[in-house]
Design a protein around this ligand. Structure first.
Ligand code: 13P
Length: 230
């Protein structure tokens, strides 16, 4: 299983350092086949020793250059970071990343050999229209994306389940993952949206779920490690 923690705009450089130390102690009990990823905010990126992979929540599709406020491959290389989240709904929505922009970023980081966690997800009004509309919406988020890329993990995160405390139901996750798995040639597929210690066992037991991408419940090292060790 894959357990990925997306801190979003939470934690500082100091608190991230303390988190990594606390987490590493807990992870000594982790199953060797389980893989943990941590996506701290950009200011907290660093080289951390431990049984996990550090990734960046975002980066600009350039080595370096005149892109005020952004970081590029050169800044990630300093810390040996070769893993990136692309397409998160918060970036699509608040940072106005269009599908074309997302696809451009994907192509660039693929070219750089990065491991890409590619996020997709539908808003509530689409879910309410029914399964066919959901799949149509989700499949449109693969436009321009080379899903045959070896180093890709897909994360399905229904927007209405993110940060709401209300995860998708087992049936919703199960049917969506089953359909998505076919569309993505059986690439690893994570679920995200209010995953927490109380529902982790239920979620990772669903066929077609290869792990979770966790926001709120990952912010505390104790809560996140409970999920990894559950
Ligand atoms: P929550 O776990 O807070 O719902 O966030 C999920 C998410 O967006 C992870 O990328």
């Amino acid at each position: 299983m894959i357990y990925a923690a997306n801190f979003k705009t939470n934690h500082t450089r100091a608190s991230t350092k303390a988190y990594m130390q606390a987490l590493q102690e807990k992870l000594s009990a982790k199953k060797p086949e389980d893989h943990v990823y941590i996506f701290p905010p950009s200011t907290a990126l660093d080289t951390f020793e431990g049984d996990f992979t550090i990734g960046t929540q975002n980066a600009y599709a350039a080595q370096n250059g005149a892109y005020t406020g952004e970081i590029g491959v050169e800044q990630l290389d300093e810390f040996g970071i070769k893993t990136i989240l692309i397409g998160h709904s918060e970036r699509r929505e608040y940072m106005a990343e269009t599908q074309a922009k997302v696809a451009e970023k994907f192509a660039f980081f693929k070219e750089q050999g990065f491991e890409i966690i590619y996020c997709i997800g539908e808003p509530l009004h689409i879910r309410e229209k029914g399964f066919e509309s959901v799949m149509q919406y989700l499949l449109a988020q693969f436009e321009g994306i080379d899903i045959t890329y070896d180093n890709v993990i897909v994360a399905y995160e229904p927007i209405w389940a993110i940060g709401t405390g209300r995860s998708a139901t087992v049936e919703e996750i199960s049917s969506t993952h089953r359909a998505l798995k076919k569309a993505i040639n059986n690439k690893p597929l994570l679920y995200g949206g209010s995953a927490k210690p109380a529902n982790i066992l239920e979620i990772v037991s669903i066929a077609g779920v290869d792990g979770v991408l966790v926001g709120s419940a990952s912010l505390d090292a104790e809560s996140f490690s409970q999920m990894v060790l559950a």
